[in-house]
Ligand binder design. Structure first.
Ligand code: ADP
Ligand code: SF4
Length: 689
């Protein structure tokens, strides 16, 4: 039963000519499925509608070949040939009574048009904002007329494809409409540049055009960045951001407001808490009578209700919370708020778009598999005859396997060696900024505690003899991994024989025992060859404990893979602010009593740096002793009643937490199948005779 406090979240709301059934609004977000995987794209959006999101949006949809983001895989509405794929998405959304929204975009100087080979266009001649050595040409008046026509044509096609809400999009520093608004991109001297009114002109015209073209039956939404977090260098919510909304207040049917650029809009939990945009967006409702939607990684229904009751928002926007739990609204509706699988704010979903592949999610392993493998986030086929499953290891892989198997009706026993659940997420969530990662553990333990067919045991380190004694039909070994202490990684493929083991620490040491585990005086050198978050988080931990830290990495910037999670800038800035000495483009070459010798990756030139202790963040080693032990007694399995033994997660192949939850889920889904079906494909060539 729904808690009446949450009733307001289920009130319908008029948005121009259409009405949404509730206040849950999946704002436009990319999936990496886009135009190349239209079945996958349609299915994931349909699942969200089924889960109760009253409005479900596309990602940005390129309106013309001069806005060609290849190799990114967004939506496309270049011409009529795109309509059928988009129609699949709107049908999937309408099937569950939700509204479908499309975010039309022209990316202006944000795209190099690598596929279409058209010269990019911009308000004024300028380099494109990727590293492509390509310059966008300044638009003539006739280009502006063309652009307006393309936008209208795209809106008309969107209506034909069945969309209920059509966007004009000026955000993320990646759209032509925003480029015209910004003095730093718009250097024109005609009526489209210069004064505020002139820079606003095209945006106003495009909103008016769209209303005229499709406004009779479609709502026209505006997505606007109200602050760019650049101070006076950019739009500010209490300056031009406010001026724009005041000037256009009643023109659109809906205001979708956020921060720009994307790294500010989709801040990770390491850098911001739930509700981080509120300060910037709450003014909007005081300026317009039109409905307002905003985001802030909201997963708490109480926070959502407060936003509406305080008059800050009318609609609760979400991208990541709707990915981690597509059924979030449904769970509030039926009073199951403890079952909400809360987003942890890790931004692994975003790495999909940045790597131009369908996204995955740490918390929701069914993401990207809705069509490919017919996986539903809530439903999973029941296993016949309740087979018994022993899962060894209570990290993300083991927990997810146990959860999904118990949901399938198996008799599950989960044994964990240590005194706490969660494996690596419990360790990592103690590090600076990563507290919400514990949600990976907490949601699964919550589910398992409710299950009547799951027995879970802490402080239970199992040896092969124990596994034989349990005599369960199926055994999953999910015993994880440990960080290496010998320097092996990418830059050093063989163990480093010069390392003084007494002065070397691994991330495991620091996570288990804290910074105090390092007893030596002198600077702590962190060598990062992992290139993701771990080394920078440890640097913070050590600086916070009063240690002098030197960060050595073979890469040009700190933690380059965090570019994909939109965190790289913030991480490097934070280390600089914390006075960490950063030594890029170096690998290790030697170690003496109180120095470390490091070598330039290009020239081979070496230098000595002062070093009391060395933290190696390189690669991990599977903890697979139990697996090997079990192999040595394979001849006893059948007598013990064991039918299968499978390694999953980091003990099979160390990877992301998302890989581990995916491995656990895949294992559970595969149970009982003679043969696991090949995933569907839609990436093969469509050959025409
Ligand atoms: P993954 O990411 O694959 O889930 P983790 O390292 O996070 O891996 O978790 C593995 C868990 O397995 C850890 O909590 C560890 O304590 C536990 N574990 C390791 N060996 C055993 C064992 N022999 N018996 C029970 N639990 C074990
Ligand atoms: Fe949230 Fe991480 Fe899932 Fe993205 S990948 S939705 S940030 S839990």
């Amino acid at each position: 039963m729904r808690d009446p406090r949450y009733d307001v979240l289920f009130e319908p709301l008029k948005i121009g000519p259409v009405e949404t059934r509730n206040r849950f609004y999946q704002v436009p977000h990319c999936t990496g499925m886009g135009y190349r995987y239209p079945n996958a794209e349609a299915r994931i959006r349909g699942v969200k509608a089924e889960g109760g999101w009253g409005v479900v949006s596309t990602q940005e949809a390129e309106i013309h070949a001069s806005s060609d983001l290849t190799p990114a895989n967004e939506s496309r509405i270049w011409d009529d040939r795109d309509i059928p794929a988009l129609r699949m998405m709107t049908d999937a959304v309408h099937e569950h009574g939700s509204l479908a929204a499309i975010q039309l975009v022209h990316n202006g100087l944000h795209t190099a048009n690598r596929y279409s080979r058209i010269n990019p266009i911009a308000p004024s001649s300028a380099l494109v904002d990727s590293d492509d050595p390509v310059q966008a040409r300044g638009m003539s008046k006739s280009d502006i007329r063309d652009f307006r026509r393309w936008h209208v044509q795209a809106a008309v096609r969107a209506k034909e494809a069945g969309f209920d809400i059509v966007y004009a999009y000026a955000g993320h520093d990646m759209t032509l409409l925003q480029h015209f608004l910004l003095a730093r991109h718009n250097h024109r001297s005609d009526e489209y540049g210069g004064s505020f009114e002139n820079r606003l002109r095209l945006f106003r015209e495009v909103i008016e055009d769209t209303k005229e073209a499709v406004g009779d039956s479609c709502a026209v939404a505006v997505r606007l960045a109200v602050d760019e977090l650049m101070g006076t260098q950019g739009i500010q919510h209490d300056a031009e951001g406010r001026d724009i909304i005041e000037a256009l207040a009643e023109l659109p049917d809906l205001w979708d407001v956020n921060l720009s650029d994307w790294s500010n809009d989709s801040q990770s939990s390491r850098f911001s808490a739930e509700g981080y945009q509120e300060h910037y967006t709450r003014f909007v409702k005081s300026v317009t009578t039109k409905p307002v939607v905003g985001v802030g990684r909201y997963t708490s229904p109480d926070a959502m209700v407060a936003l509406i009751n305080k008059g800050h928002l009318d609609l609760i926007g979400a991208a990541r919370p709707s990915i981690a739990d597509p059924f979030l609204p449904y769970k509030i509706q039926v009073g199951e708020i403890n079952s909400i699988r809360e987003c942890i704010g890790c931004n692994i979903c975003i790495t999909g778009d940045n790597a131009n592949v369908p996204m995955r999610c740490t918390q929701n392993p069914t993401v990207g598999e809705e069509w490919r493998r017919e996986w539903h986030p809530e439903r999973i086929p029941v296993l016949e005859n309740s087979p018994s499953h022993l899962i060894v290891g209570g990290g993300p892989a083991g927990l997810e396997a146990a959860c999904a198997l118990s949901q399938r009706g198996a008799e599950v026993t989960l044994a964990e060696a240590s005194e706490q659940w969660g494996g690596r997420v419990s360790l990592e969530s103690t590090l600076p900024g990563l507290a919400s990662w514990a949600r990976v553990r907490d949601w699964r333990i919550g589910q398992l505690k409710k299950a009547t067919n799951a027995q879970i045991y802490l402080s239970s380190r199992l040896a092969a003899s124990d596994v034989l004694e349990y005599g369960m039909a199926h055994v999953a070994v999910a015993t994880g991994s440990t960080w290496r202490r010998d320097g092996v990684g990418r830059a050093h493929r063989l163990p480093l024989d010069f390392i003084d083991a007494a002065r070397v620490y691994s991330p495991d040491d620091l996570m288990r025992d804290g910074a105090a585990v390092i007893s030596q005086q002198g600077p702590v050198v962190i060598f990062d060859d992992d290139r993701f978050y771990m080394a920078s988080v440890l640097a913070e931990q050590l600086v916070d404990a009063g240690r002098e830290v030197v960060f050595v990495t073979p890469t040009a910037v700190v933690a380059p893979w965090t570019d994909n999670t939109l965190e790289q800038d913030r991480i490097q800035r934070r280390l600089i602010e914390k006075q960490v000495r950063i030594l890029p483009l170096h690998r290790l070459q030697g170690m003496s009593a109180d120095t470390l010798s490091v070598e330039c990756v290009y020239s081979g030139n070496t230098q000595e740096i002062s070093c009391g202790s060395l933290v190696l963040v390189t690669s991990r080693q599977p903890v697979d002793e139990l697996w090997h032990e079990l192999l040595t007694v394979e001849h006893q399995w059948a007598d013990a009643g064991i039918e299968s033994v499978t390694r999953i997660g980091d003990c099979y192949a160390p990877g992301l937490i998302a890989n581990a939850t995916s491995a656990g889920h895949t294992y559970a889904r595969s149970a009982g199948l003679e043969q696991v079906p090949e995933p569907r494909r839609e990436d093969f060539a469509r050959v025409r005779a």
